[in-house]
Design a protein around this ligand. Structure first.
Ligand SMILES: C[S@@+](CC[C@H](N)C(=O)[O-])C[C@H]1O[C@@H](n2cnc3c(N)ncnc32)[C@H](O)[C@@H]1O
Length: 218
């Protein structure tokens, strides 16, 4: 998908079609999956991909270098890994996905990209010590989130950046915890095409927060 085609986006449907075309160009397949999770009983939220324009905006908060290792917490079919690949960032990216069917789709297209990896697992079962950066797009309910934050605190021994998108209300679970500093926050509701035309993507503004976790600051 040519980058100049953004001018043609005038509706949410246009944006979805545009993002789908990028998926196909980058991954060789559509990343569209089911709308509803089968794993709500385990605290999982629906497998909605982050739009590329949101990833472009939010990934400015990461500073990747050759030693970076990003974990996409709840990777669905791999949209975030596709963005990582498309942008040519240095370092590596791993996605972890609880749902085996979704993980299998992501694993099928990342094969052959040595800087990408997909694990079918519960993030709470991973060794988090190797990751320098974390991305979350509304993956799970608060009880799982608190366990994830505690796992980061217990295992990550270097400064790490966490970008939590669509954290409506979830900010409160990080606030006041030793070692965590809020670097930025904001809201995303509209896409603006190349001519400045605003397209409403979310009925309600989606809040995001950027955190720096520094174990030495505890
Ligand atoms: C809203 S989607 C985000 C997809 C992707 N990160 C993106 O931004 O395009 C959330 C995903 O998290 C997965 N998930 C939920 N709980 C999980 C857990 N404990 N471990 C790993 N993945 C989980 C869900 O199955 C779902 O696919």
């Amino acid at each position: 998908m040519a980058r100049g085609s953004e001018a043609l986006i005038r509706s949410e449907a246009d944006l979805l079609a545009h993002d789908d075309a990028i998926d196909r160009a980058v991954c060789g397949m559509s990343l569209a999956g089911p709308e509803k999770t089968r794993l709500a009983a385990e605290g999982a939220h629906d497998p909605t991909p982050t739009p590329y324009f949101v990833l472009q905006q939010l990934f400015e908060h990461f500073s990747f270098d050759d030693r970076s290792h990003l974990l996409d917490v709840g990777c669905n079919t791999g949209r975030v890994l596709a963005h990582f690949l498309r942008e040519g960032y240095p370092g590596r990216a791993t996605g972890v996905e609880l749902d085996p069917q979704l993980a299998q789709v992501a694993q099928s297209w990342v094969a052959g990209h040595p800087n990408l990896r997909v694990l079918q697992d519960n993030v709470l079962g991973l060794d988090l010590s190797e990751y320098t950066d974390f991305y979350l797009f509304n993956p799970f309910d608060a009880s799982v989130l608190v366990q994830f934050i505690e796992a980061v605190e217990a295992q990550v021994e270097h400064p790490a950046t966490v970008v939590h998108m669509s954290d409506n209300g979830d900010t409160w679970w990080y606030l006041g915890r030793p070692g965590w500093s809020e670097m930025d926050s904001g809201k995303i509701q509209h896409y603006r095409n190349a001519r400045g035309f605003p397209v409403t993507i979310y009925e309600d503004p989606q809040h995001f927060t950027v955190w720096r976790f520094d174990p030495a600051a505890r």
